[in-house]
Design a binder for this molecule. Structure first.
Ligand SMILES: [Zn+2]
Length: 312
């Protein structure tokens, strides 16, 4: 079931409608598990990131509350349409801002923020500068007007079990996959996996902070779960076929980069080849990272073209 609603009549002044999105798309994947996104592929829609709500008896868990406090407030409104129970916990699957900065809205209301230890470290290193930079850009200033760093108060190293009222939620760190501080969630009774950016569905994969062997290990970990529904970090929830599609994407990108490197192409040309191979995929801008990061990786495995070596 998919519902659409507009919150434009709530508090957004007309002049900021252009910079702040106001409409969440809701997907109910279980009676007690909801996914919300602003869709699209721009910063103004959090690059299409999925936020997830897990509703238990008397408590709610929010996973990845989007890119800015304004969107955290939209999520809070969406939660209240279904339950009066408070949001007790917010969990980050990794440190990227499109998954995290909306947490301020829930922290202000008393929620505990949770993430892997390395996620917190990267948030502390990177977010103050990123937030200041965005506030200084006129076209982004309103979107990030009340954004602030939201380092989690609770961290873990290996795994964690949350009890959201009567709902059990396993939280696992699969190692460095998409980022050093990745986590995915598994709801055994609901047979639902919340993958974070271990999976992009219909979106190009962002390798900016990724480990190439790690992204494959992460998919294997997800495959081992007894889940029927996998919620990707970006794109529509689906069955395990989206894990298979992601594995094929990684293999295909690696092959494109290898052949591009061998042919002496630059990153721009290689990125264009990736976009051409996956027509219709969103977030084409991140294919630049794919070219650069995969080039680094394959450089260790593919001999440099003759004449390119200078070490004699
Ligand atoms: Zn990410």
């Amino acid at each position: 079931m998919i519902l659409h609603w507009s919150a434009q009549d709530r508090c957004w002044a007309p002049r900021i409608r252009h910079s702040v999105a106001a409409e969440l798309i809701e997907t109910r994947v279980r009676d007690n598990v909801f996914v919300w996104t602003l869709g699209g592929e721009t910063m103004q829609t959090a690059y299409g990131t999925n936020a997830v709500g897990v509703f238990g008896e008397g408590a709610v868990l929010i996973v990845d509350p989007l890119i800015t406090p304004a969107y955290g407030r939209l999520l809070a409104t969406a939660v209240r349409r279904h339950t009066a129970a408070p949001v007790r916990f917010v969990l980050f699957t990794h440190h990227h801002t499109d998954h995290t900065l909306g947490a301020a809205a829930f922290e202000d209301a008393g929620a505990a923020l949770i993430a892997h230890r390395a996620c917190r470290e990267r948030m502390e290193e990177e977010h103050p500068g990123i937030i200041a930079s965005r506030k200084a850009q006129p076209e982004l200033a309103e979107l990030f007007a009340d954004a602030r760093p939201v380092p989690p108060a609770v961290t873990f190293d290996e795994a964690l079990v949350l009890h959201i009222g009567d709902v059990e939620v396993e939280v696992w760190h699969p190692g460095w996959c998409h980022t050093p501080g990745d986590a995915f969630l598994y709801l055994p009774a609901e047979r639902v996996a919340i993958c974070g950016d271990l999976v992009f569905a219909g979106y190009h994969y962002n390798y900016e902070d990724a480990s190439l062997p790690g992204v494959r290990e992460g998919l294997r970990a997800l495959h081992s779960l007894d889940a029927d529904v996998f919620v990707p970090g970006h794109g529509a929830p689906a069955g395990s076929e989206i894990l298979q599609a992601q594995a094929i994407y990684h293999e295909t990108v690696e092959a494109i980069v290898k052949s591009g490197v061998t042919a002496g192409q630059d990153d721009g040309a290689i990125a264009a080849s990736i976009r051409k191979r996956f027509p219709g995929y969103r977030l084409g801008m991140v294919t630049q990272y794919a070219a650069a990061r995969v080039r680094e990786h394959v450089a260790k495995h593919v001999p440099a073209p003759s004449g390119a070596r200078d070490e004699g």
